[in-house]
Design a binder for this molecule. Structure first.
Ligand code: HEC
Length: 241
């Protein structure tokens, strides 16, 4: 009986971990991406891609530049030299010069601030969205997106990814077919997108780096405590059994 109780508690303890990876996948064709926000080199690359390829249109206005120093493991000089180009101060938030009204005229919609996008859309969605642009001559931007139909966002990474068309079978999306190769091969492009998604996930919840470490330590503590509690219980009850 008591073993059943112990197994039950271990199951309760690990259940969230077991089901963690299955979240949001399987519902459709979305590919799951396994990101690790503690991977500082991935975060550094992601931040660099973000400022080079996204910041022209999207802000991350709830993030201060200088908060990246500790979390990305970079120096202030690296921050200013690699990630800040328009003379902001490290105390500034990551905003853009584009006027939202102009943006609405250019794109028909204001590009959303990306600080919390990973939380509202999920990392799998972002990973698939950035790999889901395909050629569509009927669209103003020349592309459409499998995950956000008729999106106003142009395929800003097309030179790197190349171009692809969507192949349907019986009106259901089947796969992408390459039209023109980009400067990166498929693995390189996927890994670049993964770095961007890692960065977006981090800015959506910077504390998660710490939270994950604390979580692991708490579970280790609980397991050790379980052992001690069990041994104690055996010791206390040994004369009664
Ligand atoms: C040329 C301007 C421009 C650039 C550069 C740009 N975007 Fe966008 N983005 C847009 C616009 C416009 C929208 C709104 C699209 C819509 O709602 O149809 C958008 C929407 C998005 C969305 C929201 C999608 C959704 O489901 O609502 C995400 C995520 C996104 N962009 C990520 C990125 C990332 C990451 C980069 C950098 C690699 C980037 N964007 C670069 C213009 C841009």
């Amino acid at each position: 009986m008591k073993y059943k109780v112990i197994i039950f508690f271990i199951f309760i303890l690990f259940k969230p971990l077991v089901f963690f990876g299955q979240h949001a996948s399987g519902e459709n064709l979305m590919e799951h991406v396994n990101i690790d926000v503690r991977d500082t080199s991935s975060l550094q690359r992601g931040a660099k891609y973000f400022v080079n390829y996204c910041l022209g249109c999207h802000s991350a206005k709830y993030v201060r530049y200088n908060s990246l120093i500790d979390d990305l493991g970079i120096t202030e000089d690296e921050l200013v030299g690699n990630l800040m180009f328009t003379g902001e101060s490290p105390f500034d938030t990551i905003s853009i010069a584009m006027d939202p009204e102009d943006a609405a005229i250019w794109f028909g919609i204001t590009p959303p601030d990306l600080t919390l996008i990973a939380r509202s859309r999920g990392t799998d969605y972002l990973y698939n969205f950035l790999r889901g642009f395909y050629v569509d001559d009927s669209s103003i931007t020349g592309v459409n997106n499998l995950w956000l139909e008729n999106t106003a966002m142009p395929h800003v990474l097309w030179e790197l990814q190349g171009t692809q068309k969507a192949i349907y079978s019986d009106d259901v999306f089947d796969h992408f077919e390459e039209v023109e190769a980009g400067t990166l091969n498929h693995e390189q492009y996927d890994s670049m997108v993964k770095d961007i998604v890692t960065f977006l996930s981090y800015i959506g919840e910077p504390i998660q780096i710490e939270r994950r470490e604390i979580g692991t330590k708490v579970i280790i503590f609980l397991l050790i405590f379980l052992l001690i509690a069990y041994m104690l219980k055996r010791e206390i009850w040994k004369d009664i059994h």
